[in-house]
Structure formats: C-alpha cells, structure tokens
Design a protein around this ligand. Sequence first.
Ligand code: IPE
Ligand code: IPE
Ligand code: MG
Length: 265
Amino acid sequence: MFVASSRSVPDALLVPRHIAIIMDGNGRWAKQRFLPRVAGHKRGVDTVRKLVQASIERSVEYLTLFAFSSENWRRPPEEVSLLKGLFLNALEQEIEQLHKNKIRLKVIGDLSGFGARIGELVAAGETLTAGNTRLTLTIAASYGGRWDIMRATRAYFQAHPEALDEKAPVTPEAIEPYLSMAYAPEPDLYIRTGGEKRVSNFLLWQMAYTEFYFTDTLWPDFNAQALDAAIASYQLRERRFGRTSEQVQATRFNRNAEKNAEGAS
Ligand code: IPE
Ligand code: IPE
Ligand code: MG
C-alpha cells in the first residue's frame, strides 16, 4: 500500500509516475472512415500496444487504461459483445508478451458480466506477471469510480464492525487500502482523448489531485508524440495540494539544497 501521493509534495518536472487514460473516440474514428464502430475499437487495441511501449521508454511506472465503463453495458448488445470478444482476444494473445517485457498486469472492475473465460485469463495473467516491476499496466474493465468507492467502504466496515460506532471516526486513510488500486500511487496525470471534457466515472477517489489533459485526438490516432505533448503539459503545472506556491517552492528549494549537500559530501 502506497502513501497517497497527494499527501506529500512530489518533485516537479519529472515524468509522471502514474498516467491514467480515458481512451475515447474509437467510434468517431471509425465513423469518419465509414467503417463499423468495431473497426475503431480494433485500432484502439493497436494504440494500447504502442502506448505501453512508449510508457516503458519514458520510465512511467504505472499506466492505467479505461477500456470499458460500468455504464458501457448500456450500449447495444452487439457492440458490448464485440468489445468482450476483443478483450478476450487481447488477453489470449498479449499476456505472454507482457510477461516477456516484464510488465505486471492488473485488471480492475466488476468482471462478473464478462463470463468465466475472461475471469480465468485475468486471474492467470495477474498471477503470472505479479513479480514484474518494469511497468504496472492496469486495465479498467466494467469499472466505475462509484462502484469502487462503495465496494471499498463496504469491505472496510465488514472488516471493522467497531467503526460503525460513531465514536470511531472513519478516515480516508482507513478506506484507501480497500480500493481496487491500493497497490498504486494516485494518478499524477489523467489524459482523455476524443475531445470530451469529463471523467465518465473513472477513478474518482484517486483523482482528487490528478492533473488533467484533454485532447481532441481520437484514441486510434493517439501515439508516442501525443503522449509527449501530454507529459510536456504536465511538466508545466505546479502541483500545490492545497498549499501556497511559496510553500511548494520552499520545499523544492530545501530538497535541492539537501541533494547538493549530499553530492558535495
Ligand atoms: C471508447 O471509444 C471505447 C469505449 C468506450 C469502449 P468510444 O466507443 O466511446 O468512441 P466514441 O466516443 O463513440 O467516438
Ligand atoms: C468513457 O468513454 C469510458 C471509456 C473510455 C472506457 P465513454 O464514451 O463511455 O464516455 P461518455 O459516455 O461519452 O461519457
Ligand atoms: Mg466515447
């Protein structure tokens, strides 16, 4: 379990440790080309492969991708079924490669609607890659931020029935270990492709202090250069976590002075 990254002042001008992406715009990409929506989703899988590679090359530690929201079940059954099929294929074909590349795979979300085979592949893939440390790739599938918070809260109270007593205060720190992504620091950078400026029920709890980057680029067209543009935008931000700019500057100044002193000794 990590200490929430929003509780300390991280170094600025670094590559974000954790990037979370809302991969949107597959349908419009296909529509522009008079193709069925599934053609956009297939291209989207190619983009995922490229972005995983680009993230490794840039020393990103955690890449979290929103593949299917808890609300996407509302789509026409044919599209849901095609998306399930693509997810299944990707799991069948990519897990070996992920493991060879020393990537740890995690899947978050309520997988019960995807059928037994997907559940088994996810469990096997997570076990196989559990010891890998180069990049943690999290796929959010049938995931909703509200679902995650509710589930964590319920799990917390089940484990700590005494907390139902009003005299035992419940703190965010107490709930955090029960969230689906308790194994990762909070996202530093949130990217949404496809032009919409909304969160669509992605990681709600964890985004309290995440930096946002919105781009009109449709997900199938997103690439390493586009990722660099997002990272460059992130690097211009001052993350204050409620403090003043002067406090943040002073922390940074002291940290640099400590580093210089260490270097000199
Ligand atoms: C994102 O692309 C992928 C999923 C939500 C599964 P969309 O399918 O939402 O593409 P647009 O927004 O219709 O273009
Ligand atoms: C968000 O995209 C979910 C994923 C990218 C998986 P949507 O296309 O479902 O979002 P809305 O419905 O436009 O908000
Ligand atoms: Mg969309």
